[in-house]
Design a protein around this ligand. Structure first.
Ligand code: BG6
Length: 479
């Protein structure tokens, strides 16, 4: 068996602006939904504030200061041999309030500098337009994505950056983990994804708000795809969904049916964004739940025309579902994972199941279903690291990544899945999205900040740094 991945396979890592940049109010940047989210710890909800407070620590304000350190950080990525790096543009640097006509030149300039530096180092930029940091003003003034006006604002922003970075960026993604908008059991997800304050909406209206907001995001995404192609026909635009491999806990057909009924959590958004229409199972779901999707004349045509070029997704874990109420529920990873414990799988310190084979399964499922190239744009282990005599021996992280990369190779080499690349999450330690902690680390590079942002910010290479370098150098042969 050929054990090597192709020369143009995009090895690298992935970051998000609000988790790494800091400089939250520098050079004209506006306030985003992330900028008012306080830090919490282990699987507790992060508190959402209405505005920044002087006596509360908001991790996005400083993060790891990538805004100022990007040049030296990129050098470290280059040293590892990165072929690509996923970053996101902070919408609030370009349009601080989201609804302006004229962009903020200093914000545009920052990303010019960032992309120029990446291109100089031959690190391909893979850019997310919106990664959990929509302008807070759009939530306060318009009610977030349930308001159709947001489509116009988003498309205006998308066109601005497509035109400005023409020739510098080819790979784009519209909304990060768009399916998180419907995870109403975990309040921060619909808030970050759609500007929805779950607790303020009457329960009976919640589904309507969620699917109205999603309809608007689908349209915004499709219009962005259309514009990206018009502005530069070589642009490639992907969607982005959080995929969780799902299993049936038993061979009881009732469990299997239940599993099938829950698959929409993975597939619904991608079905619309990749195929260009609402699937029948969704239409029936809307009917049963009295949800009226506010489809206006021309909407369905836009969805049909604006399908994505590739399917990008995050993969961290799997969940196990059953109708048997007597089985103990998986209480870890509150609101993110459903179902029951899987006796065959271990969990991370944060309760996320570790399931490398699940990645191979997910890759096959996605590729078979859409027949478009796929792109792994997040995967990794969040773990606490200890610095011992200036070194970090993160063999647990190497073990996780190695098994997932092995599984990915099997999907590509043995099963024939067309995969553009592998971008592991947080190649340098960044703020955790779910908890705001710095101690939940994914990186090959350690960053000396604690959960309150105290520390020197010094970067230290972990053992995984050299390991990943060899993986990339050998095109995935040496693991
Ligand atoms: C994904 C997000 O959900 O998972 C990232 O796109 C996030 O922003 C990543 O950081 C890992 O989650 P966490 O909560 O461990 O940071």
């Amino acid at each position: 068996m050929n054990n090597k991945l192709s020369d143009n396979f995009l090895w690298g890592g992935a970051l998000a602006a609000h988790q790494c940049e800091g400089a939250w109010n520098v050079d004209g940047k506006g306030i985003s939904v992330s900028d008012v989210l306080a830090v919490s710890s282990h699987n507790k909800d992060r508190k959402i504030y209405r505005k920044p407070q002087n006596d509360v620590y908001f991790p996005s304000h400083k993060a790891i200061d990538f805004y100022h350190t990007y040049k030296s950080d990129l050098k470290l990525f280059k040293e590892m041999g990165f072929k690509a790096l996923r970053v996101s543009i902070a919408w609030t640097r370009i349009y601080p309030n989201g609804d302006e006509d004229t962009p903020n030149e200093k914000g545009l300039q920052f990303y010019d500098n960032l992309f120029d530096e990446m291109n100089k180092l031959e690190i391909v930029p893979v850019v997310t337009l919106n990664h959990n940091d929509m302008p807070l003003n759009l939530v306060k003034k318009y009610g977030g994505w349930q308001n159709r006006k947001l489509i116009k604002f988003f498309v205006h922003y998308a066109k601005t950056v497509f035109s400005r970075y023409k020739g510098k960026v080819k790979y784009w993604m519209t909304f990060n983990e768009i399916n998180h908008l419907s995870k109403v059991n975990y309040e921060i997800l619909p808030y970050l994804s759609g500007g929805i304050y779950v607790n303020q909406i009457e329960k009976k209206n919640l589904k309507q708000v969620v699917y109205t907001s999603l309809h608007h995001q689908f349209l915004a995404s499709a219009l962005a795809v259309i514009s990206a192609h018009e502005i530069d026909s070589s642009n490639m635009v992907g969607n982005m969904t959080a995929f969780i491999m799902q299993y049936s806990a038993t061979s009881n057909p009732k469990d299997y049916l239940f599993l099938m009924q829950n698959e929409y959590k993975n597939y619904f958004c991608t079905d619309v964004q990749a195929r260009g229409y609402y699937p029948n199972y969704a239409k029936k779901y809307f009917e049963r739940n009295n949800i009226n999707i506010p489809i206006k004349k021309g909407d369905l045509d836009i969805l049909r025309k604006g399908t994505v070029d590739y399917i990008s997704f995050s993969y961290y874990m799997s969940e196990t579902l059953t109708t048997d109420k007597s089985l103990p529920k998986n209480k870890a990873a509150k609101g993110i994972l459903n179902g029951v414990d899987n006796p065959y799988l271990k969990k991370s310190e944060w309760g996320w199941t570790v399931d490398p084979i699940g990645l191979r399964l997910v890759m096959n499922h996605i590729y078979d279903r859409y027949q478009k190239p796929i792109f792994i744009v997040e995967n990794g282990l969040g773990a606490e690291d200890k610095v011992v005599n200036g070194k970090i021996h993160d063999n647990y992280r190497i073990d996780y990544l190695k098994k997932h990369i092995e599984s990915m190779k099997e999907a590509i080499i043995l099963d024939g899945v067309d995969c553009l690349g592998y971008l592991s999450w947080g190649p340098i330690d960044i703020v955790s999205a779910s908890t705001g902690e710095m101690k939940k680390k994914y990186g090959y590079i350690f960053v000396d900040y604690n959960d309150q942002g105290e520390g020197t910010g010094k970067r230290i290479k972990k053992d995984s740094f050299e390991w990943y370098k060899k993986v990339i150098e050998s095109k995935g042969v040496i693991l």
